[in-house]
Design a protein around this ligand. Structure first.
Ligand SMILES: *Cc1c(COP(=O)(O)O)cnc(C)c1O
Length: 428
C-alpha cells in the first residue's frame, strides 16, 4: 500500500506551527498574502509536500529559509514565578511548555521541528524524539512500567537489541512471546504494551496491523515502523497507538545521525516527555536539524531505493545460488535472502556494497544477522523466529541497480559457496 495523501487537519487544527518556535520575537512579519484565499486552498497535501514543508511553516514569517539550529542548553527568564508555573504544568501534563524553552533536557526548538514534521508524516498528534531508537523504546517501557503495567506481549522477530531488552528484563518488564494470532490470548491485566515490527528485522515478515490492533483491545499497540517508513505504511491509521522509529535508519537517511522517535497521541507524548526529562535520553539539536533535513528527501529516497530493491529481489529469486528471498508485499528498500553456500563468503566478497550493520542510508549495506544485528538473541530463539544462519540482510541504497547487481553477482561466487575474492579471506 502506498500512502499518497495526508489529511491536512485531521486533528482539527491547522498545520502544526503552534508548537514550532516563534519565541525569538525578532522580525516576525506577516506575509501580505497569508490570509488571502485560504478557504479556497486545498486541505490535503501529498506526503512528498509534507516531507519538505512540515516543521518549517513559520520560517518565512521569521525571515528565514533554512531552519535555525538552537544549541542553547539553558534559557534566561527574569520571572521565576512564571517559570515555576510552567514547570508545574509540565510536571502535570508533560505538554511542551508555552513560551520560551526552560532547559535543553526539557525541550529544544530545533528538535521540536523534527518532531512536528514526523508527526505530520505519520498522521499522529505528536512525536517525541530520543537519542536513539533504543532510548525511544526504553522510554515507552518506562512509561508503562511506572504505571504498574510491566507485562509486554511481543511478536518475533524484532530487532536484536529490542528482543534482548525485553528478554533480559533490563527495565523490569516481563515478556510473553507469541505470534500475531496469539496476541489476544497473551494479554493479562498487567499487560502494558504489545510490540510488533512489520516488516520485521531481519526476515521482513509482515503482520496484519489492523487485526493485531483489534486484538489488543485497550492495550497500546507499538509498531516499529523503521523498515517501512511513513512513505509505505502509516500504522496509526491501522490502529497502532505508538509508532516507533530508529531514526538512525531511513529518517536520517545518510548514516550520520543516531536517533529515535515515537509518534503518538498527545496524552502519551506528554508521558514520554516526562520520562525523557527525568532520564535524559534527549536528542542533540544538531541531530534534530539533520533529521528534519533528511525527512525532506525521505519519499524520493525510499521510492528510488525500493525500485532497485524490488529488481534485485527478483534477480536473486531467479538465481540458483540463492535458496530463498524475503521481500515485503508493501515493498521497501530491504531485501533478505538465504544462500546455498557460506553467507560469510558473500559478506567478504562485496566491493561496492559496504559490509556493515545498520540500514537506510544512501549507500547499500549488507550484513549477516546471525553474526551481528541478531547475535545478542539466543540462537534457538533466533532460529525459531525464522532467522536462518544462512540469511543475509541487504539494505539497498541509491546506487545504480546494475552496479549493485554486478557486485552481488560477483560476491555470490561462481557457484554456491565459492569465494568471489579469495584474497580478502586471506587478509582476514
Ligand atoms: C536499528 C533498529 C532499532 C534500534 O535503533 P537505534 O537507533 O540503533 O537505537 C530498533 N528497531 C529497528 C527495527 C531497528 O532496525
Amino acid at each position: 500500500m502506498k500512502v499518497d495523501r495526508i489529511e491536512y487537519d485531521g486533528f482539527g487544527h491547522p498545520p502544526n506551527v503552534a508548537r514550532a518556535p516563534d519565541r525569538m520575537n525578532r522580525s516576525v512579519f506577516t506575509l501580505p498574502s497569508m490570509d488571502m484565499g485560504m478557504e479556497t486552498r486545498r486541505t490535503t497535501r501529498a506526503l512528498a509536500t509534507e516531507a519538505v514543508h512540515a516543521g518549517r511553516d513559520d520560517l518565512a514569517g521569521l525571515g528565514l529559509h533554512a531552519p535555525p539550529i538552537d544549541l542553547s542548553t539553558t534559557y534566561p527568564s527574569y520571572d521565576s514565578r512564571a517559570e515555576a508555573a510552567r514547570i508545574d504544568a509540565f510536571a502535570t501534563t508533560g505538554a511542551d511548555p508555552d513560551g520560551p524553552p526552560v532547559y535543553g533536557r526539557l525541550g529544544n526548538p530545533t528538535v521540536a521541528r523534527f518532531e512536528t514534521a514526523l508527526a505530520r508524516l505519520e498522521g499522529t498528534e505528536s512525536a517525541v524524539a530520543f537519542a536513539s531508537g533504543m532510548a525511544a523504546l526504553s522510554a515507552v517501557l518506562l512509561v508503562r512500567g511506572s504505571m504498574g503495567l510491566r507485562h509486554v506481549v511481543a511478536v518475533r522477530p524484532l530487532y536484536g537489541c529490542s528482543d534482548h531488552l525485553l528478554t533480559a528484563g533490563l527495565l523490569g518488564s516481563e515478556v510473553t512471546w507469541t505470534d500475531p494470532a496469539g496476541v489476544a490470548d497473551a494479554l493479562r491485566p498487567d499487560t502494558g504494551l504489545v510490540l510488533v515490527e512489520s516488516p520485521a528485522n531481519p526476515t521482513l515478515a509482515e503482520i496484519d496491523l489492523r487485526a493485531v490492533a483489534h486484538a489488543c483491545g485497550s492495550v497500546p499497540l507499538l509498531v516499529d515502523n523503521t523498515f517501512a517508513t511513513p512513505v509505505l505504511q502509516r500504522p496509526a491509521e491501522q490502529g497502532a497507538r505508538l509508532v516507533l522509529h530508529s531514526a538512525t535508519k531511513y529518517l536520517g537517511g545518510h548514516g550520520d545521525v543516531l536517533a529515535g522517535v515515537v509518534a503518538c497521541d498527545e496524552e502519551f507524548a506528554g508521558r514520554l516527555r516526562q520520562v525523557r526529562f527525568a532520564t535524559g535520553g534527549v536528542l542533540h539539536p544538531l541531530a534534530g536539524y539533520l533529521l528534519l533535513r533528511g525527512l525532506s528527501t525521505l519519499p524520493v529516497r525510499v521510492r528510488a531505493a525500493s525500485a532497485s530493491a524490488a529488481e534485485l529481489a527478483g534477480r536473486l529469486a531467479a538465481d540458483p545460488r540463492v535458496a530463498r528471498v524475503h521481500y515485503p508485499r508493501i515493498g521497501g528498500a530491504m531485501v533478505s535472502f538465504e544462500v546455498h553456500g557460506d553467507p560469510h563468503e558473500v559478506i567478504a566478497g562485496v566491493r561496492l556494497i559496504t559490509p556493515a550493520v545498520s540500514l537506510g542510508s544512501v549507500d547499500s549495506l549488507i550484513q549477516h544477522p546471525a553474526s551481528i544485528s541478531h547475535r545478542i538473541v539466543d540462537a534457538d530463539d533466533r532460529r525459531d523466529a525464522g532467522v536462518s544462519d544462512r540469511l543475509l540482510r541487504l539494505s539497498v541504497g541509491l546506487e545504480d541497480v546494475e552496479d549493485l547487481w554486478a557486485d552481488l553477482d560477483a560476491a555470490l561466487g561462481e557457484r554456491a559457496g565459492t569465494p568471489a575474492h579469495p584474497e580478502a579471506l586471506a587478509q582476514g
